[in-house]
Each structure stands twice: as C-alpha cells, then as structure tokens.
Write a protein that binds this ligand. Structure first.
Ligand SMILES: Cc1cc2nc3c(=O)[nH]c(=O)nc-3n(C[C@H](O)[C@H](O)[C@H](O)COP(=O)(O)O)c2cc1C
Length: 352
C-alpha cells in the first residue's frame, strides 16, 4: 500500500465520518431500554463513585476514547488533544490503525511523543485483522512487537471490520485464517489483547467462537453510531458500486444493547471473563449508564470525541465533564453509588 494513498484515505475517513449520513442512528437499540427511576435514592449525589476496574487496576471512571486515527498529518493534533484530555481525566484512549508503520519505513514520532507527554495514559495500539493474518501467514511477528514497544502500548486492539473492507474501494476483505492468527497473537502477546468491532456489533455465534482465544477484552462496537458501510459508500460517491453497497448495507450489524447482552451470555461461564467494552452510537453519559447496567464494564466514544477535539482543548474538556456528570446523575437517580451497583436490576426493556 502506498503511503500517500493511506494518508488521503485517513483524511477522507475523518471528513465523511463527521457527516450525519454516516451514522446508523435509527438502528440503535438503547432507546428500547429505560433505567429504573428511584425517587428516594439512599445516597447523596456527591457520594456517587465512577471508579471502575480496568484490566485489574482501578481507574477514576469507566470511559475510553475509541480508536480513530494515527499515522498521518491530521492525526497529530487530534491525538495530542485527545491524549492530553484523556490523561488528565483518567480516560483510556485508543489510537487509530497503525498499519502504515508496518507497511512502510514510516515511524510515527507523534505517537511516541504522546506516550512521553502522558506517561500514565492507558494507550491502546490498533491494527486490522487483515494485517494480523498477513503477519501470521508470513511468521513475521518482530515488526508488530517493535511497534508496540515504540508506541508504549498499554494494550493492543485488533479491529474487525468486514463490512468496511467489503465495501471500501481499496478494501482488503481477506479474513480467512483470522481465528488462527488471533490465537497465535494471544499466545505471544504480553499486554491485554482487545478484539474490537468498528460499529457493526458482535453476534452471539461470533462471541462463542472467540472464547478459546481468551482475549482480555472485546469492544462490541455496536450498530447505532458511525457505520463503516455508510462511510465507504459516501467516500466512493454517487454512481459507484461502493455507493450502492453502502446504501444496501446501511444498517448492517448487531445493535449495541444486543451486542452487550450477547457478550455477557457468551462469557458467563468464564471466570474471570474478558472485559466488555461498549462503543458505537454512545452519545451521552445516560447512554453509557444503560450500557453499564446491561453488563458493559467500560464505555467508549469515537465520533463525539472527534467533534469535540476538533473544536479545541476547552470544548473537549467540557464535553468529557458533561459525559461524566450525565453518568453520575443517572447513577444517583437509580440509587447506584458505584458502577458495580448499576446492574441489571436497574434497567428494563420498554414494552413497545
Ligand atoms: C474518523 C474515525 C476513524 C476510525 N478509525 C478506526 C481505526 O483506524 N481503527 C478502529 O479500530 N476503529 C476505527 N474507528 C471506529 C471507532 O473506533 C468506533 O468503533 C466506531 O466509530 C463507532 O463509534 P462511534 O459511533 O462513537 O463513532 C474510527 C472511527 C472514526 C469516527
């Protein structure tokens, strides 16, 4: 893959994902769930704690910025802002695909600088399954582990994006042997391995199949927010096959709530099971509260974080503060003093 092609594709992704047409809002499922109101919570709002378990350690809150970008000029400023704010507020942060560093001589000094400037940040490296399969088939694991070392990665997310690769004009829809590649990675890696969708969610059958891989976490990234079939269709433009496919598959995937419940059921016999991270159309701290009550351990945001970061450090900080406050209010009004207490007895499905 040519460097220039990668750079311009990544700039396109930022541009098109900001369009409202790229979001599968009408297919989201969180509106079908209500948190149960408690008129007399036996606690004070100031006592509500957002403290969460994060791969065995405590973190001040259960949020992360989902991986979006890396390895091109526009990524530098966006990631610097996201990293600074995430570090300050104790959110975790994902990077976008770091594929360019494996495909060329490019070394991403911007990521190295982020790590140096934010030593306590939980920083998640990112690579696609198609690249992992290539590494597995060639048996060339060295460059991947060098990349993780250089990035100071706290964890590695492998993204699964069949709908995007199938519709993208220059896509790599080669997923055969993905299970074997993941199994080998899981046996070699020394930091948490996260299997991550990209907005089309996770079915029960898929989740059952990955149990033997024993990932440290899944990010179910469900249907209801940024949709990569739509983004690639928009990018390709009217009159192209990709555009037609993007329209046909505009709501392809498993909605967020169903994906969380699928993961909870699939991992119920594993003690301890993988962490369940939830992203995909989470737009408020109230959405986040619903995800936590359904069984997620942490909740992530991509598009809204990008929108805020593009407006500057102050707007980003204010947006994060709003998300945290919304979660706190939802917890107070359900009588949940801690994330652990915000469980399945605090949420119910609407009748219609
Ligand atoms: C501009 C942009 C670029 C993205 N690039 C990546 C990527 O490189 N790797 C990845 O795993 N996910 C990527 N994603 C997907 C997000 O991590 C997330 O799964 C998805 O956007 C759904 O979340 P949202 O509805 O909050 O946007 C990207 C999302 C956006 C908005």
């Amino acid at each position: 893959m040519k460097d220039q092609e990668f750079i311009s594709r990544k700039a396109d992704h930022i541009r098109y994902s900001l369009s409202s047409e790229a979001e599968a809002v009408e297919s989201g499922s969180l509106h079908q769930w209500n948190l149960i109101h408690d008129s007399l919570p036996d606690l004070n709002l100031s006592e509500v704690s957002l403290e969460s378990d994060w791969f065995g350690t405590k973190k001040a809150n259960p949020f992360f910025i989902a991986g979006m970008t890396a390895g091109h000029p526009d990524a530098k400023l966006i990631n610097e802002r996201l990293a600074r704010a995430a570090h300050e507020r104790s959110w975790a942060m994902g990077l976008g695909s770091q594929r360019r560093e494996l495909d060329s001589e490019f070394k991403d000094s911007a990521v190295e600088a982020i790590r140096k400037q934010n030593p306590g940040l939980f920083l998640i490296s990112n690579l696609g399954i198609a690249q992992l399969i290539e590494i597995h088939e060639k048996g060339s694991w060295g460059p991947l582990f060098d990349l993780l070392e250089r990035s100071g990665a706290s964890a590695l997310a492998i993204h699964l994006n069949p709908i995007q690769e199938a519709i993208q004009m220059e896509g790599t829809p080669r997923f055969k042997n993905g299970g074997a590649a993941l199994k080998e990675l899981s046996s070699r890696i020394r930091i948490p391995l996260i299997l991550k969708e990209t907005g089309s969610g996770m079915s029960r059958g898929f989740l059952d199949r990955i149990v033997p891989i024993s990932p440290a976490a899944v990010d179910i990234s469900g249907l209801g927010g940024t949709h990569w079939g739509r983004v690639e269709g928009l990018r390709a433009g009217e009159g192209t096959l990709s555009h037609e496919l993007g329209r046909t598959f505009a709501n392809w995937g498993v909605p967020v709530a169903e994906s969380i419940l699928n993961a909870k059921a699939a991992f119920s016999a594993m003690k301890p099971g993988p962490m369940i991270l939830a992203s995909g159309g989470i737009r408020t701290g109230l959405d986040a509260a619903k995800c936590l009550a359904l069984g997620a351990h942490a909740v992530g945001f991509a598009k809204p974080a990008l929108e805020a970061a593009l407006q500057g450090d102050r707007v980003l900080q204010q947006w994060m503060e709003k998300i945290e406050s919304e979660l706190r209010v939802a917890m107070f009004c359900t009588g949940s003093g801690s994330i652990r207490e915000l469980g399945s007895d605090r949420i119910e499905r609407r009748d219609s």
